[in-house]
Design a protein around this ligand. Structure first.
Ligand SMILES: [Zn+2]
Length: 160
């Protein structure tokens, strides 16, 4: 069957940035998603519509259609006492923080200078072009329950 809304699709994929670094990979058939339910990046979902099991494709998705462009205003210096006292703060650590609009966001420590710590609230993949090599392993119809929940159940999906 062809991939369309309300199909469960199993993929093997390799995701690379523009420098050929592997960002993410799955080739054991453990990755599946519900098509048409915004489970994956829209650019990849659109490219997969109409494909069948066995098809292979390469898709390059610009940041604007993936995790957005970098916003330097989201990088800011915060005082040391904003962080837990008992933790040694190091570059690369991630913390949950409250954004200006009240939303939870993940910030990454990018600089530590005495008591001044610079964090970056951009998504780690903001500004990154996503290059997928994808193979469609399996396509099946979703169950009514999966469609209602908006995600896949069973192996590779939700258990609850
Ligand atoms: Zn569910």
């Amino acid at each position: 069957m062809q991939i369309a809304d309300n199909c469960v699709v199993t993929l093997a994929y390799t995701l690379k940035d523009n420098d050929d670094n592997i960002i993410d990979q799955s080739d054991d058939g453990s990755f599946c998603y519900l098509h048409g339910a915004m489970n994956i990046i829209p650019g990849l979902e659109n490219a997969l519509t109409g494909k069948v099991a066995g098809d292979e494709l390469s898709v390059s998705i610009p940041p604007e259609e993936a995790y957005g462009v970098r916003d330097e205003a989201r990088q800011q210096e915060v005082p040391r006492d904003m962080f837990p006292e008992d933790v040694e703060i190091e570059v690369g650590m991630q913390f949950h923080a409250q954004g200006p609009d009240g939303h939870q966001l993940v910030v990454t420590v990018v600089k530590v200078e005495d008591d001044r710590i610079t964090v970056d609230g951009n998504h780690p993949l903001a500004g990154v072009q996503l290059n997928f090599d994808v193979k469609v392993l399996e396509v099946r119809e979703a169950t009514g329950e999966e469609i209602t929940h908006g995600h896949v159940h069973g192996p590779g999906g939700h258990h609850h």
